[in-house]
Every structure is written in C-alpha cells, then in structure tokens.
Design a protein around this ligand. Sequence first.
Ligand SMILES: CC(C)(COP(=O)(O)OP(=O)(O)OC[C@H]1O[C@@H](n2cnc3c(N)ncnc32)[C@H](O)[C@@H]1OP(=O)(O)O)[C@@H](O)C(=O)NCCC(=O)NCCS
Length: 213
Amino acid sequence: MREILIRTTREVEVPAEALHALRKSSFEQWKEAGLTTSVTNCPVQTLARYLVGKAVFVAHDAKTGELLAMHTFRLNKKKHRASGANLAVSPAAKHEGIGTRMLEAEVERFRKAGYRFLAEATGIPAVWSVRWHLKNGYYITGYKRSEGNNYASYTFLKPIALDVLHHPTDIFWTRPLAPITAKLHYFVSFIITSLVKDRQGRLTWLGRRIKKG
Ligand SMILES: CC(C)(COP(=O)(O)OP(=O)(O)OC[C@H]1O[C@@H](n2cnc3c(N)ncnc32)[C@H](O)[C@@H]1OP(=O)(O)O)[C@@H](O)C(=O)NCCC(=O)NCCS
C-alpha cells in the first residue's frame, strides 16, 4: 500500500495552482461521463478565493511528495457540521483507498474538534462518487437540482460523534433510527424540489416557470 501523508493546508503549504491542477485532472471523469461541471474550466483565482476560510485536507505521497488528493470543508461550528466539497483524487491514484484513508483522518480531526456531522453533495449520475459515499457511511438525505447542472444531486450526511446522545435530536441520527430519518429527509426534499425546480434546475411552481430568461 502506498504510504501517504494526510495534512491540512495550515500544516503544509500547497500552492493554489497545485490544488487547481489536481482538481481539474480528477474531475475530467465528470466531463467524460457527460456531466456539466464548472470545476474543469474554473480559473485558479476563483478557486483561491473559494479556499479562504475553508479547512483543506491534502494527501501527499510520503516518498515522492506528489500531491495525490484534496478535500475542502466549510465549517459550521454552531451546527457542529463540516460540509465537504472538492473531493478529488489524482487520476493515477484512484481506487487505491486514498479517498477513504483521507476521510478517516478527517473524521478523527473533526470529532476531536467537537463536530458531529459531515455533509456532502454529489451528482446522481457520478455513480463512482455515490458509491464511495455510501460505502463510507454517508446516508442519502436529500435531492437537489441546481441551475446550470445537467444532473440532479444527492445530499449526504455522515454522523461522526461518538457520544451520540450528547444532543437530544442526535438520537434520530443514530442506528437504528438513522436510516429511517435519512429516508424521510430524502422524500421531503424530493417532493419539494420536484414542485419548485424543473429539470434544468430553474425555479418553477408546479411545472410553471417563475422567472423567465
Ligand atoms: C470519488 C473519489 C474521490 C474516490 O476516491 P478513491 O480514492 O478513488 O476511492 P477509494 O479507493 O477510497 O474507494 C473505492 C470505492 O469508491 C467507489 N468507487 C471509486 N471509483 C469507482 C468507480 N470508477 N466506479 C464505481 N465505484 C467506484 C467504490 O465504492 C469503491 O469501492 P469498491 O472497490 O469496493 O467498489 C475519486 O474517484 C475521484 O476523485 N473522482 C473524481 C472526482 C469526484 O467525483 N469527486 C467526488 C465529488 S463529491
């Protein structure tokens, strides 16, 4: 197994250009599957601005120093939730368990810092990503459509707290209730999205466009 170092960009400096190149090459998989994604044509300056204030995890090859993976998080301390995005493994290193090992390190850090949930979203036709999330203990909790995307997305939640009864509502996110809670959440969000969004993600009400243009 490849030896890797998993750190945050607070601990190791990684130029925005390197993160940009990694993310772009990793997400070519989306383009090849016919999915619209701004990731493959987003300028490096836009990514650099986006990264400000985010927690950014990176994985490097311990021997060669090559940047192998990244994952960013928007932190909501009040809701004890870290929302992940930009999970990207270098094309040459996919399916080696690197994404999974990085997630394990992230969970450990976030638990210690008092976070109770990881959230994420991914395109439904990105089957490799959906499978990765389900395999790694995320529940599908929602359905959404965004304008400009030629696909609908699942939203996911992964409870990570060990002291699960610390907060009264956490009981709903603990087995055996968690799968039921997740399905109810998904059902409600599917109905709402179907009522207010068309297939292009534009606002509608019962199939009628609200905003023209
Ligand atoms: C999704 C991604 C991060 C997974 O990372 P990884 O390090 O390759 O995955 P791991 O080795 O940790 O896990 C492997 C598991 O992921 C899923 N998976 C990964 N690649 C897959 C593929 N091509 N087809 C189907 N499932 C796949 C499977 O569940 C697999 O388990 P299995 O071998 O038992 O079927 C990686 O494929 C990637 O960077 N893809 C492009 C960017 C992307 O889609 N990011 C997610 C957006 S939210």
